[in-house]
Each structure stands twice: as C-alpha cells, then as structure tokens.
Write a protein that binds this ligand. Structure first.
Ligand code: ZN
Length: 183
C-alpha cells in the first residue's frame, strides 16, 4: 500500500476555524478521490507496519476542513478486528439525538492536526444518533457509542471550526470529572 499524498493542516492554520458548508450531490471525482485517500491514510496510520514505515500518528477520523476544504464531509475508519476496518463516509451530518450521559477519553483526545499532547477532559455524549448522506448521496442513520461516539462528535466539531481543546476548561482542565464516565 502506498501512502496517499494528502496534506493535513496544523492547528496553527486559521482555516481550521472555518465553518464548513453543506455539500451538493453528486460529488466531484476529486472529492471522491479525497474521501478514498483519507480513509486509506487513516487505515495505514492504524496498522503498525505502515505507521512505523511512514512515521505516522494513529488517527481514526479526518474532516475535509483538515485538508483545507470547507465542505461538510468527514470520514472515520473503525478498526473492527486486527487490521480490518469499517469505512464511514459522513456528509452533511445532523445530530438526531444524544444521550444525557457524558464520557471522556481518559488518556486525552488526539487529533491529526494537533501535534502535541493536550491534557484535560473533553466532555462528550456517550451515545449519539446521526443522520447523514454517504458518498453516493444516499441518506442513512447511524447510532454510535463509546469511542465511536467520541470520534463522531470530534469530527462534527471540526465542521464548526472547533478543535477538541476548545472544550477543555482553561482554568481547571479536569473540572467535573466526577460527573462523567472515563473511557
Ligand atoms: Zn481532529
């Protein structure tokens, strides 16, 4: 497998703060290629052999705005067994419902645009139901929980120009820890 040639913006880039726009179907061939390249990249970043070979950081999600394109498209690569992945292409998503229960990732969230460790709690809903369209413009609904719920909410934030550390309390990064479940 060859590493796709994609350029992921760094947090210093103000383009990441852009609110993305709804996409009109059908997608262009360029957009379809970028979706495919992004998923290939995410999969390779989660496979030890490629991660070492290309010196990658592991990531399971990527939004088009991280590639400098303000379209409401993100992809998530979900490892279902060792080196086997489910591909999720999520376009023009809307949150249909969300659990009251909140969770946070104990070791901290990561982002391919943030090349440093950031400590603190990023509150996320434990379960969310999303409505969206796939790359062929077909409507679907998906209910996700735990780490997948975190990944979806993290990517939904990118579409609004929000980065995960924006959600960490500046004065007390571990505020309200007792009100949430650690995953
Ligand atoms: Zn991110």
């Amino acid at each position: 497998m060859k590493l796709p040639d994609i350029n992921i913006l760094d947090e210093a880039d103000k383009v990441l703060r852009t609110k993305s726009f709804d996409v009109i179907f059908p997608l262009s061939e360029d957009d379809k290629k970028l979706i495919n390249d992004s998923l290939d990249y995410l999969e390779m970043s989660q496979i030890d052999e490629y991660r070492e070979k290309y010196d990658l950081r592991a990531g399971m999600g990527l939004s088009f705005i991280q590639l400098g394109i303000p379209k409401r498209i993100f992809v998530i690569s979900e490892e279902i067994e060792e080196n086997k992945f489910n591909r999720h292409v999520v376009i023009n998503p809307k949150i249909k419902s969300k659990s009251e229960e909140l969770i946070f990732v104990g070791e901290g969230e990561g982002c391919l645009s943030v090349n440093r460790e950031v400590d603190g709690i990023v509150p996320r809903h434990a379960r969310v139901t999303i409505e969206a369209y796939d790359e062929d413009g077909v409507f679907f609904e998906i209910r996700v929980r735990e780490d997948m719920a975190v990944a979806f909410q993290h990517e939904l934030d990118h579409l609004e120009g929000i980065l995960f550390m924006d959600r960490i309390d500046k004065k007390n990064p571990f505020k309200n820890r007792n009100l949430m479940r650690e995953i």
